[in-house]
Structures are given as structure tokens and as C-alpha cells.
Design a protein around this ligand. Structure first.
Ligand code: GAR
Length: 190
């Protein structure tokens, strides 16, 4: 059974969806949830799901040794960033090469980079008059929203759509595809 750690900064609806998906498989399970904000709702979700969780400060995360040790202690095989907003330091990437995946709520390379997360992304999509948006699931390298893309899915953006409407469509794509794509990536590591 592969062990997955999910990192999140806010609500954690993807973290919960991923945990529930793998709870119904014998292949992998989410055994650890990490937040960088002690008030993140994802920590409540972790409690409800009965999954161990931990909060890291930005300084601890950037220094990386502590979190790497916590992951190793728990024999974590794979790391999923699901709405996690800190840049992953190179030391962490080196500790889990090819084993950290991120989801971005737009079609990278559009609307990515530092400061582009959550609703800001959907506001940028509407402001640009884009006719479609979607999700990008990619490996982490040393920069925001870069690294090999595994998967993209699209949704239409209507001229009347608000950023909130786009967010709803993008979240639906995330819930539908992210767990399955994680499972596919895990199989390539066997
Ligand atoms: C998700 O839409 C995810 O794609 C996005 O944050 C949201 C978190 O929602 N991530 C980024 O913007 C990263 N640049 P959730 O906490 O309900 O899963």
C-alpha cells in the first residue's frame, strides 16, 4: 500500500476528495495531511477523516529538513500539493524526485506563476476574456507552476461567467480527474 501525503493551505476540498478516493482502493492511501496555516479548514477535514495532520511554518517548510524527516518517519511514498501555496524548496524536491505533483486551476502556461492561486486565477481568466479554462496536473520542479505536465482538462468559459462560475467548473474537473491521475502516476513508479 503506497502512502500519500497531501499538502494544502486552505479549504482542502481536493485533499478530502483524494483521501476518499484512495480509501476505496487497496493500492494507496492518504496517511498524512500537512498545512502551512494552523487555521486552514483542511485540518478540520483531516480530523473528520481520521487522518494524521501537521502544521508547518513557512520557515520550517523552506528549511525543509524537519518536514522531510516527518515524511520519512511515516514512510511517505508520494506527495500531492492540492491548493498548497508555498514554493517547494529544491532540497525537498531532491528528497522526493519525480514524486511531488501539483494541481493548478488553469491551463498552464497561462495564468500561472507567483501569486496566481485560487480565485485570483479565475479572475485573470475572466479578465483576459478566455473562452476556456481548466486544470493542469504537473510534476514540481524548482519554480511556481512549472515542471512536466501529466494531464490537462478543459471547460468552456462563457462571456457571462463570473470568476466564481469558472471556479465551480474548475473544481468539478479537479474532483473528477485529480485522484485518478495521481493513481496513474503512482503506477508509473512501481
Ligand atoms: C484548487 O482549485 C487548486 O487547483 C488551487 O487551489 C484550490 C484549492 O482548493 N491551487 C492553486 O491555485 C495553486 N496555484 P481546495 O483547498 O478546496 O482543494
Amino acid at each position: 500500500m503506497k502512502k500519500i501525503a497531501v499538502f494544502a493551505s486552505g479549504s482542502g476540498s481536493n485533499a478530502e476528495n483524494i483521501a476518499n478516493y484512495f480509501a476505496a482502493t487497496k493500492y494507496a492511501e492518504v496517511t498524512f495531511i500537512v498545512a502551512n496555516n494552523p487555521n486552514a479548514y483542511v485540518l478540520e477535514r483531516a480530523k473528520k477523516l481520521g487522518i494524521e495532520s501537521m502544521t508547518v511554518t513557512k520557515a520550517e517548510f523552506m528549511e525543509a529538513d524537519t518536514i522531510i524527516e516527518e515524511l520519512r518517519k511515516r514512510k511517505i511514498d508520494f506527495i500531492v500539493l492540492a491548493g498548497f501555496l508555498l514554493l517547494v524548496p529544491q532540497k525537498f524536491i531532491n528528497a522526493y524526485p519525480g514524486r511531488i505533483v501539483n494541481i493548478h486551476p488553469a491551463l498552464l502556461p497561462k495564468h500561472g506563476g507567483k501569486g496566481m492561486y485560487g480565485d485570483r486565477v479565475h479572475q485573470a481568466v475572466v479578465a483576459a476574456g478566455d473562452k476556456e479554462s481548466g486544470i493542469t496536473i504537473h510534476l514540481i520542479d524548482g519554480d511556481y507552476d512549472k515542471g512536466t505536465t501529466f494531464f490537462q482538462a478543459t471547460c468552456p468559459v462563457l462571456p457571462t461567467d463570473t470568476p466564481n462560475d469558472v471556479a465551480t467548473k474548475v473544481h468539478a474537473l479537479e474532483y473528477e480527474h485529480f485522484p485518478r491521475v495521481i493513481e496513474e502516476i503512482l503506477h508509473t513508479l512501481d
